[in-house]
Design a binder for this molecule. Structure first.
Ligand SMILES: [Fe+2]
Ligand SMILES: [Fe+2]
Length: 424
């Protein structure tokens, strides 16, 4: 497929003109994204790269956009959208075209609005492409009241469709480590302009051409490379998710929602404090770190490292990435003897999130539930031992320790370590 080049791949995606957005959505869901990224990164002609740069830029709504070249004779356009974090402000808007979009990594939160008597007052603008392109212009139309209509999270692997008239904002769903990436197929335009709404206090420049600076070829290539890695991490995450939910794993009923997704959420919050950390590696580490346990029903560190490395490579991650993540997982396993406060930041984040995840949700109760035949004093002593390990060996980041001190103290009480007085 790679030999087809970008042009051939885009032509195969568009195919015959379809009658419905759903038909395009099905084609997009079946499309070989890996081949497209390989073609764009490894085989793009200088002309294709130049055309890609012309419409690739950071959008005012907080995402980075890479536009693949148009197919001659066709009005549809294929674009990558990448959100590194939730935008501070995204303006509700509709589109000139119906859209179908496939989530390649992370999770996309789509929020839709409708005009209503109650809601939030916005400034209402008409948005038009500038003639000649590129760029756009805004005209102010007055004010409009928008009320929330729906909030839907689309997960990696899902493809959805959006009619042109739907007023919406899109952004990353909370709680995920990885940036969110979508591959959006815009169908042929059906109107000349769109509506954009800004909250009171914000405003658009009226009557002047707005033209964000386009990416350089290096900036486009860096984003394509990053997306290829994020797609691989997303595939790895799905393989791990299936392993932890396999009925052969004794904790399969609760391990994803009450351990791994909690570790992921905590790591995502900690990453906000450490912007220099490699998010993709933290994400892979979070989903890898208990893999041996899922395969063997007991802590199997060597299996985590050996089988985990195979799964990382199969997902398409390169050797330096695999070597780092496996080395980090080995450090996590050695928490009892290593001083993890001196470990790389990715390890400190994953270790602290892992320890904190035990202090929220039903973790300690599940231990009682899963071991009904053991004497209660043994269960309490074992939970106290786990609390010690989490607090003294795993939770090393100061932000996590400060936020979880109260939870830790309360759980020690529940494990039998009672204070002398309760009221004062
Ligand atoms: Fe949109
Ligand atoms: Fe864990």
């Amino acid at each position: 497929m790679t030999d087809a080049g970008i042009g051939g791949l885009l032509e195969s995606l568009l195919g015959e003109r379809a009658v419905s957005t759903e038909e395009y959505a099905k084609r997009l869901a079946d499309f070989d994204v890996g081949a497209l990224l390989d073609a764009a990164l490894d085989h793009a002609t200088p002309a294709e790269l130049t055309t890609t740069c012309e419409e690739s830029y950071t959008h005012a709504n907080g995402f980075e956009k890479v536009s693949f070249p148009p197919v001659p004779g066709r009005a549809e356009r294929l674009r990558l959208h990448l959100w590194r974090r939730a935008p501070l402000q995204a303006d509700p808007h509709n589109h000139r075209w119906a859209l179908t979009s496939r989530v390649l990594a992370g999770a996309l939160r789509s929020t839709t609005f409708e005009a209503g008597a109650t809601g939030t007052v916005h400034r209402h603008y008409r948005h038009r492409p500038h003639t000649p392109p590129p760029g756009c212009t805004f005209d102010e139309l007055g004010s409009a009241t928008l009320q929330l209509a729906s909030v839907i999270d689309h997960l990696a692997g899902q493809t959805y469709a959006l009619p042109p008239e739907t007023v919406h904002v899109a952004g990353p769903a909370p709680g995920r480590i990885d940036p969110t990436v979508t591959l959006a197929l815009e169908l042929a335009p059906v109107t000349q302009d769109t509506d954009v709404y800004t909250p009171a206090g914000a405003a658009k420049p009226v009557g002047t051409r707005v033209m964000p600076p386009c990416y350089t070829p290096d900036e486009v290539r860096a984003r394509l490379g990053e997306v290829r890695q994020l797609v691989a991490v997303s595939a790895f995450r799905e393989v791990m998710r299936r392993a932890y939910t396999a009925p052969t794993f004794r904790h399969h009923r609760w391990y994803v929602p009450y351990h791994l997704e909690l570790v992921e959420r905590l790591a995502a919050e900690l990453l906000d404090h450490y912007p220099g950390a490699d998010r993709a590696k933290v994400s892979a580490l979070v989903w890898l770190h208990d893999y041996g346990k899922a395969l063997h029903n007991s802590p199997s560190h060597q299996v985590t490292l050996s089988e985990g490395a195979l799964r990382l490579r199969e997902a398409g991650l390169d050797e330096p990435f695999v070597a780092d993540v496996v080395a980090y997982a080995r450090m996590l396993d050695r928490a009892p003897e290593l001083d993890l406060s001196r470990a790389p930041v990715e390890v400190r984040i994953a270790s602290s999130a892992d320890g904190c995840a035990h202090l929220v949700g039903p973790f300690f109760h599940l231990y009682w539930w899963e071991n009904p035949d053991r004497p209660h004093d043994q269960l309490m002593a074992e939970n106290l031992r786990k609390l010690d390990k989490d607090w003294h060996r795993k939770i090393v980041l100061p932000e996590a320790r400060a936020a979880f001190e109260g939870r830790h103290r309360m759980l020690r009480e529940q494990a039998g370590e009672l204070p002398e007085r309760f009221l004062t």
